[in-house]
Each structure stands twice: as C-alpha cells, then as structure tokens.
Design a protein around this ligand. Structure first.
Ligand code: AQP
Length: 337
C-alpha cells in the first residue's frame, strides 16, 4: 500500500547565551542562519541563561541581557508561533537531564574541551564545576528535543561531538533513546575573529570592546571599531595564509554582501586598507540596521516578550518532559505518580 503520510520534518535546536550583548560573530556565525532554517525545519531556539552563569554575572545586568537576547531572537525574524522560542531556565528538564548525563560522561572527556581551557585561563579566579561540565548541559539541551541538526558556529563543534558521544553511549547502555544530532555549520561566517587579535574568535565577553562589533553598536561605533581592526603591512586586499586580520575582514564583508573572495580582491585591487575598511564598515552597518530597528520595537513591549517566553516554555516542556521521563524510566528511577 502506498504511504501518503507526510514526511516528518527534521528538528533543529540552537541556543545563545545572554552573557553580554551578542556580537557580529554570533550574528553571522549563528543568528543570521536561524531565520532561514526555521522555515525549513521544526525548530526551537533558547536563551541559554543557565550556561551564562558559568561566568559570574551581575544580577540586574544579567536580567536585562536575558530580555535583550529574547528580543533579538524575534528581531532576527523568528516567528514564535512557528518556532519554539524560550528561556532555558524556564524548562527545568534541562537541569534535570544534565545531572543524569553528568553520570554518563567521563572526567577525561571534559578535560579536553578547548573552551574550558580557554575560559579557565580567562576567569582563573572562578574555575567552577559548571564551567567544566558546560558541554553536558549543552548535550542535555539538544538531546531533550531529539534534535536532528544543531546549527552552531565552528567554535562549538567539539561540544557537539561530545553530545553525540553521550547520546550514543546512553543508547548503547540501554536502548535507542536519543536522536544522535549532526552539526549544521553555515558555509561562511563560520568563525568570525576578534578585530584586535584575529587569531582569537570574536566573543561578547571579551573585556576589550574594540575586539568585537556588538549587534547594537551605533553606525559611528561600528565604523570606528572596523577602522581600528588589526591588519598587516602588506596593504593588499586578498585572502591568504597568515593574513588573519585581512582574511577576517574579507570573510565579514563576504557574509554581508554575498560577494566571494575573488570578486572582493578584484574590486579592491590597487586600493588600500582604508578604503576597504570603510566598505566593510558600511556593509556591516546596513546588515545590522533592520535588526536593530526591530529590536528597539520589541524592547518597547516587555509584556509581549514575557508572553512569548511563557508560551515558548510551555511548548518546550511538553517535548522535553517526554524525553526526560523516558530517560528516568530507563535508568530505573521510580517516576512520581
Ligand atoms: N566568533 C564567532 N564566530 C562565529 N560564530 C560564533 N558564535 C559565537 N561566537 C562566534 C556562535 O554563536 C552561537 C551562540 O553562541 P553562545 O553565545 O551560546 O556561546 P559562545 O560560542 O561562547 O559565544 P561568545 O560570544 O564567545 O560568548 P561568551 O563570550 O560568553 O563565551 C553559537 O552557535 C556559537 O557557535
């Protein structure tokens, strides 16, 4: 008999930490793709507030950042009626599953994580256990929703591999429980680098604000920051090995304009970095302008934002609780009546 049932859409899940004002790196590496992906997949997007407290946050500022990131998710064009848009801590199953998965993750595996090594250097006075087990919470985020694909910047690929290992391990010890997720990495903008040290990724928590463009920087500030970006003394706009600063600006320009590297090199042949940087800055300003305008509108309606968060948490919980119950049964817990 012919099977006319519609093919089940694949599910994606992605999160962003409210650990500061999101950067151009977050935008080009992740957020910009999310709107398009949300049209083709069943999708859930979260403000990862539980992850953000692995680094000390100032409470009032933190509360504001959580609201801002929620508004930003809507400003990039996500439709909360179609995608599940929620705040991670509003769905307790994330913390509950993370604890269980901690017991299925080896100390040695976590010790190899690059982000842990980097962040423990950057926050040497607060190398907490949460920072160490961050990838386990990330695995819980993903596995709760049985996500097929996880759109991430290339910097998060190692964490996604751990999520896959944990899922496979649990599925092997018990029986198939979790979908084993695949990374989804956009072609360009996969890794935007710091404007001041282009060997390091651009991060919203970098103490030097000149190192990143935040999505809410005004046009003047964007121009200033890009003009002061580190390049080299070759004075030639073309992509090449060891030219991290120029490569980074070319990649940013390419993501904003859709032009490939050969075309960019041809357009700027014989022109200096000054002219190139001005063009990059203008492209970034234009790219971020509509996002900023929509963001301002959403921030002006806090009641609507709270409503979106409440509905999102309800929808997210109905999927997450189902997975958590399944896991608890398999492990041998007695479930509450
Ligand atoms: N520089 C980057 N280039 C490309 N993609 C990036 N992402 C982050 N930085 C870059 C991607 O953005 C998504 C959300 O990231 P996150 O906020 O959850 O965590 P993160 O990777 O730790 O981002 P930051 O800005 O570096 O935050 P802090 O400074 O708090 O650690 C992810 O998909 C990430 O890959």
């Amino acid at each position: 008999m012919e099977n006319n049932a519609p093919e089940k859409r694949k599910r994606i899940l992605s999160c962003i930490q409210p650990s500061g004002i999101p950067t151009l790196g977050n935008y080009l590496g992740a957020l910009k793709n999310w709107k398009t992906l949300s049209e083709d997949f069943d999708s859930a997007f979260a403000v990862a507030d539980l992850h953000a407290i692995t680094v000390r946050q100032e409470p009032a500022k933190f509360r504001k950042q959580i609201t801002e990131v929620l508004a930003l998710l809507l400003a990039i064009g996500l439709d909360p009626e179609k995608s599940i848009v929620f705040i991670q801590s509003h769905v307790p199953a994330h913390s509950q599953l993370a604890w269980i998965l901690n017991c299925y993750t080896q100390f040695g595996e976590m010790s190899r994580m690059t982000q842990f090594k980097d962040k423990s250097k950057a926050h040497a006075d607060n190398v907490n256990v949460g920072l160490f087990s961050y990838p386990v919470l990330m695995a819980a985020d993903i596995l709760l929703y049985q996500a097929d694909l996880v759109p991430v910047g290339i910097d998060q690929k190692q964490h996604l591999e751990i999520a896959r290992d944990i899922a496979n391990r649990f599925n092997t010890i018990y029986s198939p429980t979790f979908t084993v997720p695949e990374p989804y990495i956009g072609k360009q903008g996969a890794k935007v680098m710091s404007l001041q040290d282009p060997t390091k990724k651009m991060s919203k928590s970098d103490p030097n604000p000149k190192s990143y463009v935040s999505v809410f920087d005004t046009p003047d500030v964007i121009v200033k920051k890009i003009k002061s970006a580190v390049t080299d003394c070759e004075g030639k706009v073309c992509y090449g090995e060891g030219r991290d600063g120029v490569n980074n600006l070319m990649s940013i320009y390419s993501c904003c304009t859709g032009l490939d590297y050969d075309r960019i090199a041809a357009d700027f042949e014989g022109k200096g970095y000054g002219e190139f940087k001005a063009a990059v800055a203008e492209a970034v300003v234009e790219e971020l302008r509509p996002v900023r305008e929509r963001f301002d509108r959403y921030m002006g309606d806090k009641a609507y934002l709270l409503d979106v968060a409440a509905k999102g948490a309800q929808r997210a919980s109905s999927i997450a609780d189902r997975t958590l119950n399944k896991v608890m049964k398999k492990v041998g817990f007695v479930l509450p009546k």
